[in-house]
Design a protein around this ligand. Structure first.
Ligand code: C6P
Length: 408
């Protein structure tokens, strides 16, 4: 059972939306790049700096204790958000990019050997390609790529053919940022485990749209970026199975990640601190809890229902524009519509839409291999969040029609 979103109330919570750009009301449709921040998140930042700015885990004074408590409360909020078994399994990172590099440089360097194989997919964002390429180059391992069909869905039969005793890691995104495809990750994880491989899931685009339950998924690692879930930039989290995190060497060396340091030898701190060297991003971490609380209060299912309606309306509206082709027609999608216009460069459309106050992303969306596979230089991408409306989609369609008239 889902309830209706009170869209006016939600929009009132996002101050940035109430402005004009080039004399037109802002229509923000670049949520897959980063979402806007509600008042409770902005207020959490101000409150921390105005009332209890202090370093954490170090001081015994009042402010330090207050900051430490708030910081660790976010860890519990992330644990609940992912339904992880314990807070020790939640490592704060800057986002998915850092999480992927952490796994590649710790678990990967420790476990990957010459001749081993790592499987990713055609849909991957660069942050789930490059860290593995660096590792493969160093270790003499091979990267294998799951192909996609013409709708932009992974071909599971081909994935099954790639799996072998040589497969050591399967790292795929939960949801595609460029096409919106929702991958059947339960099945992907299951098949990887049957082959004896460890699974890494890039949840960058899933976290704000889908319920995540890492225990039900049974994935080995799951990462997300806070800034796509209405939190500030610079904070995200990595979940990992405890025995894996325990067996992994640290990523960065420095303060807080140690138990004892002598010039001869260092012993490392326990989880999760072993992976969190140095003074962390305290303010943004504290504000991440406010963002997750905000999403929880409204309800992921309610948000998803609204976004699904927007996706259906946008697909129908844009499809009726002559010369427009939607790229990525998967059966299961989140609220992302990528498209191209016959004979018109995507960047020109982006500039003209900006003149109308409409923010979309144009280009390769950090998925150059996918674009190459599709034979495209890039697409125009409109991505919707809980505060978007059908009226905004109508404005987008009008903006596109206008761009076509001007550019043809
Ligand atoms: N995608 C987009 O416009 P970071 O930058 O670490 O927060 O997230 C990286 C990342 C990883 N995986 C996927 C599927 C992503 O979509 C992103 C970020 C943004 O599509 C910025 S490139």
């Amino acid at each position: 059972m889902t309830t209706q979103l009170d869209i006016a109330k939600i929009r009132a919570d996002f101050p940035i939306l109430h402005q004009t750009i080039h004399g037109k009301p802002l229509i923000y449709l670049d949520n897959a790049a980063t979402s806007q921040k509600p008042k409770p998140v902005i207020e959490a930042l101000t409150q921390y700096y105005q009332e209890f700015n202090a370093n954490i885990h170090r001081g015994i004074h009042h402010l330090a204790e207050k900051a430490t408590t708030a910081y660790e409360q976010t860890r519990e909020a992330v644990r609940a958000f992912l339904n992880a078994p314990s807070v020790e399994q939640i490592i704060f990172t800057r986002g998915v990019t850092e999480a992927m590099n952490l796994i590649a440089q710790t678990y990967g360097r420790q476990n990957i050997q010459k001749g081993d194989e790592i499987i990713i997919s055609t849909l991957e964002h660069h942050s789930n390609i490059v860290p593995w390429q660096i590792l493969c180059e160093e270790k003499g391992a091979t990267l294998k790529v799951i192909p996609i069909n013409e709708k932009g869905e992974l071909i599971i039969e081909e994935y099954q053919k790639l799996l072998s005793p040589r497969t050591k890691i399967v790292s795929v995104l939960h949801v595609s940022n460029a096409l919106g495809t929702i991958n059947p990750i339960e099945q992907i994880i299951d098949l990887a485990h049957q082959a004896g491989a460890v699974t890494v899931i890039d949840g960058a685009q899933a976290a704000s749209h889908l319920e995540i339950d890492v225990q039900a998924l049974n994935c080995d690692f799951y990462a997300f970026s806070g800034h796509k879930v209405y939190a500030p930039t610079g904070i995200g989290a990595l979940y990992g199975k405890k025995h894996l995190l325990e067996s992994m060497p640290p990523y960065h060396g420095g303060g807080e990640m140690i138990k004892e340091v002598t010039f001869e030898k260092t012993t490392y701190n326990e989880l999760p601190y072993k992976f969190e060297a140095g003074t962390p991003n305290i303010a943004d971490t504290i504000a991440l809890k406010s963002a997750l609380d905000y999403v929880r209060t409204i309800g992921k299912n309610t948000i998803a229902q609204h976004e699904d309606n927007l996706l259906a309306y946008a697909t129908q509206t844009l499809q009726s524009i002559k010369g427009l082709r939607i790229v990525g027609q998967a059966e299961k999608k989140i609220s992302v519509v990528s498209f191209i216009l016959d004979g018109i460069h995507h960047q020109d459309v982006g500039i003209l839409l900006d003149n109308e106050g409409i923010a979309v992303r144009t280009g390769h969306h950090c998925t150059q291999p996918l674009m190459k596979h599709l034979g495209l230089l890039g697409t125009i991408r409109a991505s919707f969040a809980m505060y978007n409306t059908t009226q905004e989609i109508e404005r987008l369609a009008e903006g596109i029609e206008k761009a076509i008239r001007m550019l043809r």
